[in-house]
Design a protein around this ligand. Structure first.
Ligand SMILES: Nc1ncnc2c1ncn2[C@@H]1O[C@H](COP(=O)(O)OP(=O)(O)OP(=O)(O)O)[C@@H](O)[C@H]1O
Length: 305
């Protein structure tokens, strides 16, 4: 599969401070939804600015479709920024037209694409309103329409669902799946594990400016989180001894509770835990292998910090 985007050994620092990105390397194949997952402050938005040529990498290189970023390659890229990029004294319709013109569009083609993308995000009937009259979710959807009006081959979406109601969130996620089905490559930046798990064909995990790992969800789980977690909340004063847990790895021990790693689907382990702690168990939570654990295993931090 040809490569849409390649980021090689990219490092960056603001004002000579410590590096915000440190040797970031990954590639996105065409047709993928590539998820870049990391907590707040990981360096995701800084990386996006470098990908788009808005910040200059201190070291390393970025190529799009095998070439450095040029005016020609730039027209093949769409960008949906995290901070809404809308003109509040124009109608939604004129906002989309405006971004189309910025991308060199005009005439019938611009009118047709404006209608197509406003339909696509479910705002055609509300096109006469200004963004100030829209809900948070509608503004996010208009932001997407403006970012894809020029029918780009690749779209970068930076946290497109932040602060939206569940209905708009679902609409946005479905739209992204439709874009993928139409052959658009999507770079999806998020700190929401569930969205990345649902949407993305390939996932890269970033923290404190370091690209920790990348691969399909199955590959990441297999390599970094092969086991499930059982979390027990116990009645006050219950002590937990490592011997009680028959050699299971204790991930976290706290006053009134313990988290252990258990081989997925091994019910005899569940029985052992139930027998040992019996009526002292106040709450039993089984967490199947997921991206949160991949992140925890690699950083010893929760993704949502
Ligand atoms: N213009 C700037 N000047 C100085 N430091 C900055 C600037 N922009 C971001 N930073 C710092 O760079 C680091 C990475 O920030 P960045 O916004 O890239 O992270 P992020 O992963 O996108 O976070 P979020 O999910 O909160 O948007 C943070 O420590 C942030 O404080």
């Amino acid at each position: 599969m040809p490569t849409a985007l390649e980021c090689r050994n990219v490092s960056f620092r603001y004002h000579k401070r410590r590096p915000v990105l440190d040797g970031v390397t990954f590639a996105v194949e065409r047709g993928q939804i590539f998820g870049l997952l990391g907590p707040n402050g990981a360096g995701k938005s800084t990386l996006v600015k470098i990908l788009l040529g808005l910040n200059r990498a201190g070291e390393g290189s970025v190529t799009w479709f095998g070439e450095p970023l040029t005016t020609r390659t730039r027209r093949r890229i769409g960008y949906v920024p995290q901070d809404l990029a809308l003109l509040y004294d124009l109608s939604a319709h004129d906002n989309v037209r405006f971004f189309g013109r910025l991308n060199g569009m005009s005439g019938k083609h611009l009118e047709e694409r404006t209608r197509t993308v406003l339909d696509f995000v479910g705002l055609w009937d509300e096109r006469g309103k200004q963004p100030g009259e829209y809900s948070g979710g509608m503004k996010r959807r208009l932001n997407i329409a403006c970012g894809i009006v020029h029918d780009p081959d690749v779209v970068i979406m930076d946290e497109p669902t932040v602060g939206v109601d569940p209905q708009s969130r679902n609409h946005i996620l479905e739209s992204i799946e439709t874009l993928r089905d139409q052959g658009t490559t999507v770079v999806y930046i998020s700190h929401y594990m569930e969205e990345v798990e649902r949407l993305c064909t390939t996932i890269g995990v970033i923290d404190e400016g370091t690209y920790l790992c990348g691969g399909t969800l199955e590959e990441l789980l297999h390599a970094h989180a092969p086991e499930a977690i059982v979390d027990l909340e116990l009645t006050t004063g219950t002590t937990v001894d490592a011997d009680d847990l028959a050699g299971l790895e204790i991930l976290e021990q706290r006053s009134g509770g313990v988290s252990v790693s258990v081989p997925e689907g091994q019910l005899d382990v569940m029985r052992l835990i139930a027998d040992r702690f019996d009526d002292k168990v106040q709450r039993f939570t089984y967490i199947p292998p997921n991206l949160e654990q991949v992140f925890f295993r690699l950083t010893k931090k929760a993704l949502r910090d």
